[in-house]
Ligand binder design. Structure first.
Ligand code: COA
Length: 278
């Protein structure tokens, strides 16, 4: 039987409001190929993106890689991996016309364009399209044994999943140049130092650290988290003064929402806010 290349689990979050909120955990599931992103994974991710954007229960998404399987006798265990890149076997013999449709409608942009918060939980290799997948998420939490990189240059390519753009905005021009032009891997510690990841923890702490953050986010007003994400995103597209105006207009508009009144009253009455989501 063919394996499911993307495993999806919706974890219910107690105390979320409106009640029934879930964190949707997506596991890239090709551990024998270090979770390399083939066309099927892209299709499954795009399908899930459509689903969660219209599913009010989903408050936050976590993307992770499946851990390595136990090897057959005498074989070595495959290394831990978030995703070791686009599936290189799908590149062989292809020309630009063959690959253009796929790259014009890909999973990296589908994740980036989600209106809801996303977290990459990285344990192991995040290379090429794997680093780009992490960059398409809003936040990255990594184990201390992870390795990041954009090795496409070694294949005679450049990043094609938005890596040159998102990496540059996240870590700056000089570091992005070094990572893309040298094509060498960097450690999680270096990734933390340059701002590529938000947090580094021990492998055994990774799931809890990621779920704790997702749960914290999942308990906010689902309406307000979307507005916050939209406002921060605007900073990437707009000149500074226009960005400030955009923020102001989003902020002022929140004064017409029920959740603003609920949040303010909850603070004044020293109780937990019971959001209604609008
Ligand atoms: N695409 C397709 N298959 C991949 C892959 C990718 N990006 N990365 C790893 N794999 C496959 C390998 O072909 C191998 O398959 P096999 O066991 O059927 O031969 C399996 O995953 C394990 O990888 P392997 O190379 O044997 O593991 P390793 O521990 O020796 O090396 C890496 C790990 C990550 C250093 C190495 O796999 C690698 O360099 N991968 C490619 C990274 C890359 O260039 N990504 C950018 C793509 S644009």
């Amino acid at each position: 039987m063919e394996q499911d290349v993307l495993l999806v689990t919706d974890v219910e979050i107690e105390g979320s409001s409106p009640s029934g909120g879930v964190v949707s955990v997506w596991t890239l599931n090709r551990p024998e190929k270090l979770n390399a992103l083939n066309e099927k994974i892209h299709l499954s991710i795009k399908k899930q993106c459509k689903r969660v954007d219209s599913d009010d229960r989903v408050r936050c998404v976590i993307i992770r890689g499946a851990p390595p399987l136990d090897p057959p006798e005498g074989k070595r265990k495959k290394p831990n991996s978030f995703a070791a890149g686009a599936d290189i076997s799908e590149f062989s013999g292809k020309n630009s016309d063959d690959v253009r449709p796929f790259f014009e409608d890909n999973a990296w942009e589908a994740i980036w364009n989600l209106s809801k918060p996303t977290i990459a939980m990285v344990d192991g290799f995040a290379l090429g399209g794997g680093t780009e997948l992490a960059l398409s998420c809003d936040i990255r939490i990594s184990s201390d044994r992870s390795m990041f990189g954009q090795p496409e240059i070694n294949l005679g390519l450049i990043p094609g999943g938005g890596g040159t753009q998102r990496l540059c905005r996240l870590v700056g021009y000089g570091k992005a140049m070094e990572i893309v032009l040298a094509g060498e891997m960097i450690t999680a510690k270096e990734a933390l130092e340059i701002g590529l990841v938000n947090k580094v923890v021990m492998p055994e702490e990774l799931e809890d650290a990621t779920m704790d953050l997702a749960t914290t986010i999942a308990k906010k007003s689902p309406y307000t988290t979307k507005v916050a994400k939209r406002a921060i995103r605007a900073s990437l597209e707009l000149p500074f003064s226009e960005g400030v105006l955009t923020e102001r207009s989003e902020f002022v508009a929140l004064f017409d929402t029920e959740d603003k009144e609920i949040g303010v009253q909850a603070f004044l009455e020293r109780k937990d806010a019971e959001w209604v989501g609008n």
